[in-house]
Design a protein around this ligand. Structure first.
Ligand code: SDX
Length: 440
């Protein structure tokens, strides 16, 4: 197939020529506000009888979206036009939630009202407590999250009608508000401590730390520096365009499934070590490396094609430069360790040395592999007292607003259809059924 682009000045198109038939077909070129143009191939099959083949969707845009923009070559991340660096420094998680959901930052009154609404939804149905008892004590908290969040649709029937904008809004608020409560319950269940009810006098991140680390028998003072760090970690994980878990939420949503089921699907997708599960895997990797003197031999394994070892927390489908979130997290790491009076954290030293060696190594330079959001987050979370198994849960708590915002955008999109990719079939051709008695 040859291709030509029509001259500027009129609607741009791209022409595909099928060399086997000589037939030419024009496709519109669409331009978003930022980023590269996209070829609108919606009528490709109708016009040519061909599908596209794009495993891993490396060149496929699945939707229009007005929420998040990433320039992977420059390492830029914008939410509704605001840079992640500015949001992390000057804003707070509740504001970012409002921004992602509504498109604009809230004014004072809007912020107060939004925070109040979220706070009023933090408790979970009392019956949900009993649901936890069905899990083994040693269950991975992500397994509990998949089950319990999916089960919310069995508890909140009055917010599962996706055709009703009010119910959609209530479901979104419930999910954002209840995720920290459920996450803390998953942790408390695993260590055999009583669940802590949320406290309405605390801010979102403070309340989460209280439910995680408080116990009913004594006062618990939330450290403001750690609450600020938690809030910042939530901001940095809030949304990230059409990543695997968000695309999973959208695909589930495209069938008309209720929002709780869709978010449970997103949690399951996030769990994998190539995605949100990488923050847990980074800590395991640092533990395995153990000491800076072992970095070189570990990297030799990573570079060996016959060894499946990867450098966890490195590389990204979109970023071919530093992930801007990793830079913010690295700085936040130092602040947290200082507050906790941890002078020399061997894990942080090891991570920084590993990063330094990797980014100066030809293998990583040639492939444009840099630290991603998961590289430093685990080190802060560990210092704050979170067990490794909770790291991906925290990612899920923070990402819920992104999933919900993207799900709402999908439902409100007039061109939305059920997501249904096609395939390149490589199995057997049609053949005759052989009765059991005649099979060899
Ligand atoms: C997240 O998409 C998002 O936006 C996700 C996320 C979000 O906020 O939602 O940003 C969160 O998921 C971050 C990514 C966390 N995952 C990890 O840290 C796991 C380690 N990373 C890799 O598995 C990998 O880099 C991915 C999955 C993140 C991206 O994979 P791609 O885009 O499919 O890249 P690739 O596998 O085709 O790699 C290209 C080359 C290959 O080498 P060659 O075959 O060309 O020789 O780079 C190599 C890969 O082998 N490579 C790595 C590597 N990552 C890629 N080699 C060693 N270590 C790595 N980490």
């Amino acid at each position: 197939m040859a291709r030509t682009t029509s001259p500027g000045g009129r609607k741009q198109t791209i022409t595909l020529t099928d060399n086997s038939t000589g037939k030419t077909v024009e496709f519109p070129l669409l331009k978003g506000r930022l980023g590269p143009k996209v070829i609108d191939i919606r009528n490709l099959y109708g016009a040519t009888g061909y599908f596209t083949y794009d495993p891993g969707y490396t060149s496929t845009g699945s939707t229009e979206s007005a929420i998040t923009f990433i320039d992977g070559d420059k390492g830029v991340l914008l939410h509704r036009g605001y840079s992640i660096e500015e949001l992390a420094e000057k804003s707070d998680y509740m504001e970012v939630c409002y921004l992602l959901l509504n498109g604009e930052l809230p004014n004072r009154a809007q912020k107060r009202e939004f925070e109040h609404t979220i706070t009023m939804h933090t408790m979970v149905h009392e019956q949900l407590n009993y649901f936890f008892r069905g899990f083994r004590r040693d269950a991975h908290p992500m397994a509990i999250m998949c089950g319990v969040v999916g089960a919310l649709s069995a508890f909140y029937h009055d917010s599962t009608d996706i055709g009703d904008p009010h119910q959609r809004m209530i479901a979104s608020y419930r999910l954002i508000a209840k995720m920290p409560t459920i996450a803390a319950m998953a942790y408390k269940f695993s260590i055999g401590q009583p669940f802590m009810y949320p406290r309405n006098d605390l801010k979102y991140a403070e309340n989460f730390l209280y439910m995680m680390f408080g116990v009913p028998c004594e006062e618990f003072q939330v450290n403001p520096v750690l609450a600020k760090a938690m809030d910042r970690i939530f901001i940095l994980h809030a949304d990230h365009e059409q990543n695997a878990s968000t695309s999973t939420v959208r695909l589930a949503g495209s069938t008309g499934a209720n929002p709780f089921a869709c978010i449970a699907a997103g949690i399951a997708s996030l769990w994998g070590p190539a995605h949100g599960g990488a923050n847990e895997a980074v800590l395991q990797m640092l533990g395995e490396i153990g000491h800076t003197k072992n970095i070189k031999s570990y990297l030799a394994r990573v570079k060996d094609r016959n060894d499946p070892t990867m450098l966890m927390g490195f590389g990204h489908r979109v970023y071919k430069n530093y992930d801007p979130r990793a830079k913010v997290l690295q700085k936040a790491c130092h602040a947290v360790l200082k507050e906790l009076k941890i002078k020399n954290d061997p894990l942080l030293d090891l991570a920084m040395e590993l990063e330094h060696i990797a980014v100066n190594d030809d293998y990583f330079i040639e492939r444009k592999l840099y630290p991603n959001v998961d590289f430093y987050s685990g080190i802060i979370l560990k210092a704050m007292g979170f067990p490794t198994s909770m790291f991906t849960v925290l990612f899920a708590v923070a990402r819920t607003v992104g999933w919900v915002a993207q799900w709402s955008e999908l439902i409100e999109d007039p061109v939305q259809k059920i997501g249904r990719p096609r395939q390149l079939y490589i199995g057997k051709g049609r053949r005759k059924f052989v009765p059991l008695s005649k099979r060899k």
